[in-house]
Design a protein around this ligand. Structure first.
Ligand code: NAP
Length: 316
């Protein structure tokens, strides 16, 4: 009861605090603001609420805040008021362009002064650096994060969020951010590092998704179970993980000379996928693309090397 009373009081005070000419005082404020209540932003706000934090939320489409308000969040009437309500402002919208649309409207940017902006929308390393520079002009501290999880995993002990930016700012906010992701990982002061690793992981995932769909075409054309195919991939996950680690080390060391399976062997196997696709009457688009890359690498003299020597023909 006293908690409910406190929440209502805070809500009223926060709204009042957002009115022109008055900053909210210490006792008005919530611990964190979440701007953007799509699938991911809602999951972030819900995890903070579950962990017992007082949370202010704002979303362009206000109706999406209702489930969170029922869980105890304070809905701010504007982005400016939401920023004013907490020392830590987490933004999770579609991209950095959407972030700019929100933060550059009206007096919103000015409200960031003295706050910590945590950008969890997905972007490029350059966008992270540009946003850090912009935040500095606003006299706001800045952390740039990348979420390596689905919304349902937010708040989990093994969930990974990468964060980069000033170490002192990270340390100040790490306890709060760890309530979003038990495996919160600090990537260092270079602010683009989180989105660099996110982009690299996404590149890998894109290849997996495309490969999985072509594999499913093969199964369907040959009357095999696609669900069994998915299960087989799951059982191979530890081996594929070990291979990814190995190939990362190969590329980092530049030592491609001791393969267990050569690029030529793999390239010929991939070329056979084109043949299989033609025989089965399915699309050759995916295997033809992959086979052409392997062919170029073999023709360039890398046939006896590790599969990862493909990178040599992808470099400018
Ligand atoms: P979503 O469900 O599509 O939500 C998009 C959010 O962005 C909504 O709150 C939307 O507001 C807001 N938005 C978009 N354009 C806007 C604009 N111009 N002005 C104001 N608000 C705008 O997307 P999501 O899944 O939550 O993803 C959010 C971020 O998390 C993305 O950067 C995504 O890459 C990242 N992420 C997502 C996942 C995932 O599994 N979902 C995983 C890792 C990272 P409205 O509600 O008003 O439209």
């Amino acid at each position: 009861m006293s908690h409910l009373r406190g929440t209502r009081a805070r809500r009223t005070q926060t709204r009042a605090g957002s009115s022109r000419g008055r900053q909210p005082s210490e006792h008005d404020m919530t611990e964190a603001t979440v701007i953007g209540l799509g699938e991911m932003g809602s999951a972030l706000a819900a995890a903070l609420l579950r962990a017992g934090h007082r949370v202010t939320v704002w979303n362009r489409t206000a109706a999406k805040a209702q489930p969170l308000v029922q869980q105890g969040a304070v809905l701010a009437p504007s982005a400016e008021a939401a920023i004013g309500a907490s020392a830590v402002v987490i933004v999770c919208v579609s991209n950095y362009g959407a972030t700019r649309d929100i933060l550059l409207a009206g007096n919103t940017a000015a409200a960031l002064r003295g706050r910590t902006l945590v950008q969890l929308s997905t972007g490029t390393p350059q966008e992270a650096r540009d946003t850090q520079a912009w935040a500095q002009v606003q006299r706001a501290a800045y952390l740039d994060g990348a979420i390596l999880a689905w919304p349902s995993q937010i708040g989990g002990a093994e969930t990974t969020i990468l964060v980069s930016g000033a170490e002192a700012v990270f340390r100040l906010n790490s306890a709060l951010l760890r309530d979003l992701a038990g495996n919160l990982t600090y990537m260092g002061e270079a602010v683009g590092q989180s989105s660099t690793l996110f982009s690299a992981v996404l590149s890998y995932m894109a290849g997996r998704w495309i490969g999985l769909c072509h594999g499913a075409l093969i199964c369907q054309a040959e009357g095999a179970s696609v669900a069994s195919f998915g299960a087989t991939l799951a059982s191979l996950a530890p081996i594929l993980g070990a291979e990814s680690k190995h190939l990362g080390e190969v590329i980092e060391s530049g030592n491609y000379g001791h393969p267990e399976s050569t690029l030529k062997t793999a390239g010929e196997d991939v070329e056979r996928l084109v043949q299989q696709a033609k025989e089965a009457g399915i699309s050759t688009e995916v295997p033809a693309f992959a086979a052409a890359l392997f062919r170029r690498a073999i023709d360039a003299g890398h046939g006896a090397e590790e599969h990862a020597a493909l990178i040599k023909i992808l470099r400018p």
